[in-house]
Design a protein around this ligand. Structure first.
Ligand code: PBG
Length: 335
């Protein structure tokens, strides 16, 4: 008996061979750091369901952003938490609103050294917590919301964002935003469309992060977690509307969707590793149930393997720093 002639294990026999045949890698600039800035606080505040993540003051935001960029992250995605909310989310379009002010501060501090992205959505700014404005019967009004998105896009571009990330899943949002940007002279500002975004329970900790006032759910605009094919329809529309990059969200529970979108997309594809994915790993690691560093890198690599060019992750700055400082030996399989 000589055993099998064909032996895949040959290519796994030394670390050097494994490195030679490794199909996918992770680099610091693949990672984008989502950040929260909150109005009316004196000191940064921890978010209990996202240990290690902060609601920043304007000043601490700039410091943390500089550090992330020095660590080598590819970009920053900014979310604002206003002090006052109303039915139409006025704070979102006010040039002096928390998000627009912070964007201006960051652009001033960092110039073109990083890619500054802004979440373009009303949910942090509305008192009912929905991503759009409501009609007389309390339903999210698609077309009235587009008018607000147009104004928000112009405000964010004027504040200095390089990339706008419409995350509200309204029909026609990319067309509306593109038109508004071009009409105000922002032909260079790109659109990073949240293309396939699901009505996911994995967003749970994010609601604490932005002090969300939502009582219902987002099932009339975000996608049904049971649907796969539908993501390709959203992709087709976003491309036709002029999206410059597209995103799948959440990440790990939707790797099939990510692989589909990556296979079909002619533009760069991102995956958003969301708050619940972060919280699960942090909670398990805090209990000593998982090897934190290895699980973080494996989870990020899995998104790259499924087809993500860039990954939005709350670990972006920390992980980028590991690469800068030199990875310990047992983590080299992720280089
Ligand atoms: C909407 C938005 C959400 C997230 C990013 N943009 C919340 C939602 O759709 O309910 C979630 C991100 C996360 O969970 O990390 N502005």
């Amino acid at each position: 008996m000589t055993g099998p002639a064909i032996r895949p294990r040959r290519l796994r026999s030394t670390a050097a061979i494994r490195t030679l045949v490794r199909e996918h890698t992770l680099r610091p600039h693949d990672l984008v750091l989502p950040m929260f800035v909150r109005e009316g606080i004196e000191d940064p505040r921890p978010i209990s369901s996202m240990p290690g993540v902060l609601q920043h003051t304007e000043a601490s935001l700039v410091t943390a952003a500089r550090e992330a960029v020095a660590n080598g992250v590819g970009g920053l995605m900014l979310f604002g938490v206003p002090e006052r909310k109303d039915a139409v989310g006025s704070g979102a379009t006010d040039p002096d609103g928390v998000l627009n002010r912070a964007l201006a501060r960051l652009r001033e501090a960092l110039g073109d050294d990083t890619v500054l992205m802004a979440d373009l959505c009303l949910d942090e700014f509305t008192d009912h917590g929905h991503c759009g404005v409501l009609d007389a019967r309390g339903r999210v009004d698609n077309d009235a919301t587009l008018e607000r998105y147009r104004e928000m896009a112009v405000a964010q571009a004027r504040a200095g964002a390089h990339l706008l990330g419409p995350s509200g899943m309204m029909d026609g949002q990319v067309t509306a935003i593109r038109d508004a940007l071009d009409g105000d002279g922002h032909q260079d500002v790109a659109i990073y469309a949240y293309t396939a975004k699901y009505a996911s329970a994995f967003f749970g900790p994010f609601r604490e992060a932005v002090d969300s006032s939502l009582t219902g759910d987002r099932r009339t605009y975000q996608q049904d977690p049971a649907n796969r094919r539908e993501a390709l329809r959203e992709l087709e529309l976003d491309l036709a509307e002029g999206a410059d990059l597209v995103m799948v969200k959440p990440g790990m529970p939707y790797l099939d969707v990510l692989a589909d979108v990556a296979a079909a997309s002619p533009v760069p594809v991102g995956a958003y590793q969301v708050s619940g994915e972060y919280a699960m790993v942090e909670a398990a690691a805090a209990n000593g149930w998982l090897d934190r560093e290895r699980v973080i890198l494996e989870s990020l690599l899995s998104l790259r393997r499924a087809g993500a060019d860039t990954v939005l992750t709350y670990w972006a700055s920390e992980v980028a720093g590991w690469f800068r400082d030199g990875l310990p030996d047992h983590l080299h399989e992720y280089l």
